[in-house]
Design a protein. Structure first.
Length: 528
């Protein structure tokens, strides 16, 4: 957890507080600062290898109409007004990757001009850094996991790996440099030919692969640097606590679901090409006794001890990911992923502990929204055995909605648009629909009575005049010869009551346009 001034940490727990938010945008010598009087809404989400933010700004004076902020570095800070004045805690540095200038009715606020900034963190940028060639260590390579990671990042004291030398370099802060633990495998294990980089491989994915052979995690912090350390996962010393008691940081809701660790036995063996055969294993005895499931791995190793150590590290990740639960709390301005936290529930007479794997924060000062969700564990979306949701829906928000649905607080809702007759490419192609109640959009489905020919029919959906598909490739598209299609996952999924929905027909068939379109937004009622 980010260190907070004692006054800030105490005052954020108060029953009544004055929340603050600001964003500082810089590019070269140019700096813009916007605070609570300009910011309408902020959402910030983070995982170990992903950070995203959306900032909605008031543009009623057209201050942003001719201001291009793409590529600016952005630092979002949140805080509260204390006896000592306004105090903030900054979030990690991000980059503005998209800017939209919608004009809408603005729901309850009347017609409104706004500016939406979409920001991506350093791990997202590393995901887009791709290898320009191949890198394949041989059996005589002496580099440890730590050395490989340092070379991929271009850490001070080493040369950045040739296949990534077209990318930015980053210094790394290792846990033992700041009073945290590190895993011994970071310094001792030499992957050799067990590890390679293919042309086109992302930096973030290759770093994650190396870390998966240790018990270390990575976190990108407000200093703009990656921090690699072994997180605290047990014991009575917590990064933060939430409790239903006077003077403590309360929680709105919490849930915890225990599940089996699957796989629950890991066997590591030496490579088939090695002259000597080695083997080691690690087992979660409780889960193995109930439903034994084993996975096998092969690595270049020097002895059975290497196999045991690797098996323990791999199993530890599956054990951590088996934690299933969430907390829904007032904002903790210093919260970070991998924080070891405790929730004390006097109503049930129990406590729950876990490490935050997913964190989502939402601020809307006009609507008095100051909330945060965190998720324990990272369900494996490929495993049907543990009931994990399908790929693309395993993020925290989906899981929270699943829990609320189980408790009877979520119901399916559908919003329909219709366009009769032969289609034409046009904006605002149907009537506008005000959102009747808070919704979470899952997918958009479209169908036509007459199929297009020559080109696809492509439809976009707008919320208050701005597309919900900032990733335009996810828009629903009907291919010639077909009559139905579904979208990819929308980027904007939270609809608030009285927001305005509309549709655009972005493309029609070039020979036969297609006819009689139905657009169906499948949503869930938000229970919070």
């Amino acid at each position: 957890m980010r260190a907070l001034d004692g006054t800030l940490e105490a005052d954020q727990k108060a029953d009544s507080l004055i929340p603050l938010v600001k964003i500082v945008l810089t590019h070269g010598e140019t700096t813009y600062t916007y605070e609570s009087d300009r910011i309408l809404d902020v959402t910030f989400t983070q995982e170990s290898d992903r950070q995203n933010a959306t900032v909605l700004l008031d543009n009623s004076d057209k201050a942003f109409t001719n201001l291009d902020l793409k590529g600016f570095q952005g630092v979002i800070s949140v805080g509260v007004t204390t006896d000592g004045g306004d105090e903030y805690s900054p979030k990690p540095k991000m980059k503005v990757i998209a800017q939209e200038l919608p004009s809408s009715r603005g729901g309850r606020r009347g017609r409104q001009l706004t500016c939406t900034l979409m920001l991506a963190g350093i791990p997202n940028q590393l995901e887009e850094d791709r290898a320009e060639g191949e890198y394949a260590p041989d059996e005589d390579d002496t580099k440890t996991v730590k050395t490989h990671i340092r070379e991929i990042f271009g850490d001070s004291g080493v040369s950045i790996l040739d296949v990534y030398d077209h990318c930015d370099s980053y210094d790394i802060v290792f846990g033992d440099e700041e009073g945290k633990s590190v895993c011994d495998l970071l310094d001792s294990y030499k992957p050799r030919e067990s590890y390679s980089i293919q042309e086109g491989s992302s930096r973030m994915e290759r770093i994650n692969k190396l870390l998966s052979w240790t018990e270390c995690v990575i976190r990108f912090e407000d200093d703009g640097l990656p921090h690699i350390f072994k997180p605290t996962t047990s014991g009575a010393v917590f990064d933060y606590e939430y409790e239903l008691a006077s003077g403590e940081h309360i929680f709105f809701a919490k849930s915890y679901r225990e599940r089996l660790v699957i796989p629950n036995k890991i066997i590591v063996r030496s490579l088939l090409s090695q002259d000597s055969e080695y083997e080691g294993s690690a087992t979660d005895t409780d889960s193995f006794a109930l439903m034994p499931k084993t996975r096998w791995y092969r690595f270049r190793v020097d002895n059975n001890g290497d196999c045991d150590d690797l098996a323990e590290a791999i199993l530890a990740r599956f054990q951590a990911d088996a934690e299933r639960g969430y907390g829904y709390v007032p904002m903790n301005v210093g919260a970070e992923v991998h924080d070891y936290v405790q929730i004390i529930d006097s109503r049930e007479g129990e406590t729950r502990t876990g490490n935050i794997k997913y964190l989502s924060e939402h601020i809307n000062l006009q609507e008095k929204v100051w909330e945060m969700w965190f998720h324990f564990g990272s369900p494996d979306p490929t495993s049907l055995l543990v009931g994990a949701p399908p790929a693309g829906t395993s993020k925290f928000t989906d899981y929270i909605l699943e829990l609320f649905e189980m408790m009877g607080l979520v119901a399916q809702r559908t919003i329909l648009f219709g366009v009769a007759g032969t289609l034409i490419a046009e904006d605002n192609a149907s009537f506008e629909i005000p959102v009747p109640y808070p919704l979470h959009c899952e997918r958009v489905y479209i169908n036509v009575k007459t199929t297009p020919t020559g080109a696809q029919v492509i439809v976009d959906v707008n919320l208050n005049g701005a597309t919900i598909f900032s990733t335009q490739a996810n828009r629903p598209k009907i291919t010639p010869g077909l009559t139905v299609a579904q979208s990819g996952k929308p980027n904007t999924v939270v609809f608030r009551k009285n927001d305005i929905l509309s549709i655009d027909i972005d493309q029609i068939g070039s020979s036969n346009a297609g006819a009689d379109l139905i657009v169906e937004l499948r949503c869930k009622l938000r229970g919070f």
